[in-house]
Design a binder for this molecule. Structure first.
Ligand SMILES: NC(=O)c1ccc[n+]([C@@H]2O[C@H](COP(=O)([O-])OP(=O)(O)OC[C@H]3O[C@@H](n4cnc5c(N)ncnc54)[C@H](OP(=O)(O)O)[C@@H]3O)[C@@H](O)[C@H]2O)c1
Length: 177
C-alpha cells in the first residue's frame, strides 16, 4: 500500500486560489477525473483521504468525485448534512486515521487528496510515500501555498519528471525520503 498525493500547483507554488478553489480546477481544459494524468494516478487506489476543508466544497460537486473509492475525512467535528453514508470521518487525529487505513483489509493504494495541512500531517507520521506535482502554466500571484504556514523544510527526491501534458503542465514525482 502506497499513500500518494498529487497536487496541481501554479508555477509560483499555489495549490488553490485565495478563495480556496484548487488551482487545477481553474485551468482551461481541466476535466475532473480525466485530464492531467488523473486516470493513471488513481489506478490501483481504492481509498482517498482528505481534510475537512477539501472535502466540504466537494460535497457540492454536480458529480460525486470519488466513485468506487472509500472516502476518509480528517476532521474534529461531525461531517455536514448531505455527506454520503459510506464516508468515514477520522475524528481521532491523523495517527488514528493512518492506523485505520492500514487496518482496512486492503493492500490498495491511498490517494491523499490534500489539502496542504492534511498532507503535512501524514508526512509528519512518515506516511507520505509519494508526492506528485503537476506544475501548471500559470502564475497566480497569491493563493494557498503547497506547504502550510510555518511548515519546516522537507527534502524531496525526484523519481520521475519526463511527462508534459498538452496544456504545458509538467509532472514531477517525488519521494520524501
Ligand atoms: N491543487 C490541488 O490539487 C488541491 C487538492 C486538494 C486541496 N487543495 C486546496 O487546499 C486547500 C485546503 O487545504 P488546507 O490545508 O487548508 O485544509 P485541509 O487539509 O483540506 O483540511 C484541514 C482540516 O483537516 C483537519 N486536519 C488537518 N490536519 C489535521 C491534523 N494534523 N490534526 C487534526 N485535524 C487535521 C482539520 O479539520 P477540523 O477543522 O474539522 O478539525 C482541518 O481544519 C483548498 O484551498 C483547496 O483548494 C488543492
Amino acid at each position: 500500500m502506497l499513500i500518494k498525493s498529487r497536487m496541481g500547483v501554479s508555477a509560483d507554488g499555489f495549490v488553490g486560489t485565495p478563495e480556496g478553489v484548487p488551482t487545477l480546477a481553474i485551468m482551461p481544459g481541466f476535466e475532473p477525473a480525466v485530464s492531467h494524468g488523473y486516470p493513471e494516478f488513481i489506478e490501483g487506489c481504492d481509498a482517498v483521504v482528505m481534510g475537512r476543508s477539501t472535502f466540504v466544497p466537494a460535497l457540492g460537486s454536480p458529480q460525486w468525485p470519488w466513485p468506487g473509492l472509500q472516502v476518509y475525512v480528517l476532521t474534529s467535528s461531525p461531517l455536514p448534512a448531505g455527506t454520503p453514508e459510506h464516508v468515514i470521518a477520522g475524528r481521532q487525529g491523523p495517527a488514528d486515521l493512518l492506523a485505520r487505513l492500514r487496518a482496512r483489509g486492503s493492500d490498495g493504494d491511498v490517494h491523499l487528496v490534500g489539502g496542504p495541512r492534511t498532507i503535512r500531517a501524514f508526512h509528519e507520521l512518515g506516511a507520505l510515500d509519494r508526492l506528485e506535482l503537476v506544475v501548471l502554466p500559470v502564475l497566480l500571484g497569491e493563493g494557498r501555498p503547497l506547504s502550510p504556514p510555518g511548515a519546516s523544510p522537507v527534502p524531496l527526491t525526484l523519481v520521475r519528471g519526463d511527462r508534459i501534458f498538452p496544456d504545458g503542465s509538467a509532472e514531477l514525482v517525488y519521494t520524501t525520503t
